[in-house]
Write a protein that binds this ligand. Structure first.
Ligand code: GLY
Length: 366
């Protein structure tokens, strides 16, 4: 069964297709978008080794020819040198204004290739085929593209919506558990930020999904994408509500910086810890009951995930230094830290009105 979530942005409508066998169907799904039967695929070494031939066969089945390049796997690929290499390769392949570029990989590939597509010949269309859980539920949808700068993550980029997203649930079967669970950090975020019923469902079913149950995986991805699409429709360029998607991220970005963007802490793991800290902060500010952060932590523990600062291996800087790192986050507006806090599970809101002392106390105890 293949499910469809539509993102009806005026003039740039697209579908997110979610289900099994989408690599094999990729040619049939993409063909209606093409002016000529040829695509350029950009992937990473890990994804290409596992899945590129399946995608190529899927394209060939619909008579679509293809060229492909692979980049090194990992966050350091989201940088100027790899961006330059990608854009130049696409030009060498004579990708034209009406052609389609395929971003085939996790969040790094989706962000970098989407950004390359946004500037190539002043903008060509691209299709996202996300292969990590994180990319399927978050980064492939909504049009944020970009690369990292020495000054911080995702500081260079553009809003450029994909023309189609193909989230093949089968591909998740090749993820190692740690990567799956890191992606799950973004799934749980959706329940926490706006859908208490979904969080209830996750408490009951997320372990089944993590264990490989396809129906549970499809439901988790579909509900996450629906929520993301609703928020992006309300606020595509993050003037307001889209910031809700950053629940847990202000803490997370400071923790990622403090751990040197290394595999001591994966992004989704930082999001999960950040969500627990955001609920703790909300409870200490009297916005929600103390039961809420306890429930968040209990669920993360049940899933075998990191939930406290002390779960991060190695030393961390002190609370003041972490607060300082939060100040570097691009969510700073007029010099004030923007936090996503919550009045309860599923009731997040954006605020700049957070006393530094309260944040410090959470970081000291977290
Ligand atoms: N990942 C957050 C957003 O797309 O806005």
């Amino acid at each position: 069964m293949i499910e469809t979530v539509s993102v009806p942005l005026e003039g740039r409508e697209y579908d997110v297709r979610i289900g099994q066998g989408l690599l094999a169907r990729a040619g049939a799904e993409i063909a209606p978008l093409l002016k000529r039967p040829r695509v350029a695929i950009v992937s990473d070494e890990n994804v290409a080794a596992l899945h590129l031939s399946a995608l190529e066969q899927g394209l060939e089945a619909a008579g679509i020819s293809h060229v492909s390049m692979t980049l090194p796997a990992g966050e350091s690929t989201k940088s100027w040198p790899h961006f330059e290499r990608t854009v130049e390769w696409l030009l060498e392949q004579k990708v034209e204004r009406n052609d389609i570029v395929i971003a085939f990989g996790g969040g790094v590939i989706g962000d970098l290739v989407g950004f390359a597509a946004s500037v190539l010949r002043r903008g060509v269309r691209f299709v996202q085929i996300p292969t990590s859980l994180l990319a399927q539920v978050d980064s492939s949808v909504g049009g944020k593209t970009g690369i990292n700068a020495p000054q911080g993550k995702n500081l260079i980029g553009a809003f450029h919506q994909p023309s189609l997203v193909l989230a093949d649930i089968d591909v998740l079967g090749t993820l190692i558990e740690r990567d799956y669970l890191a992606g799950y950090g973004e799934v749980v975020k959706y329940g926490l930020l706006g859908d208490a019923d979904f969080f209830d469902w996750l408490e009951q079913n997320a372990k089944r999904a993590a264990g490989g149950d396809i129906d549970a995986r499809i439901h988790a991805v579909r509900r996450s994408v629906e929520m993301k699409a609703e928020i992006v429709l309300r606020d595509e360029t993050e003037q307001g509500d889209r910031a809700l998607l950053n629940l847990g991220h202000t803490f997370c970005h400071a923790l990622e910086a403090a751990t040197g963007y290394s595999d001591r802490l994966l992004h989704g793991e930082g999001v999960a810890i950040g969500c627990a800290l955001a609920f703790e902060l909300s409870a200490r500010l009297g916005l929600c009951s103390q039961e809420d952060p306890s429930r968040v932590r209990a669920h993360l523990q049940d899933m075998g995930m990191k939930r406290n600062l002390s779960d991060i291996p190695g030393d961390l800087p002190g609370a003041e230094a972490l607060l300082d790192l939060m100040g570097q986050d691009k969510k700073v507006l007029d010099g004030k830290l923007r936090f996503i806090l919550a009045r309860g599970i599923g009731q997040a809101f954006v605020t700049s009105d957070v006393p530094a002392d309260a944040v410090l106390s959470v970081l000291r105890d977290g």
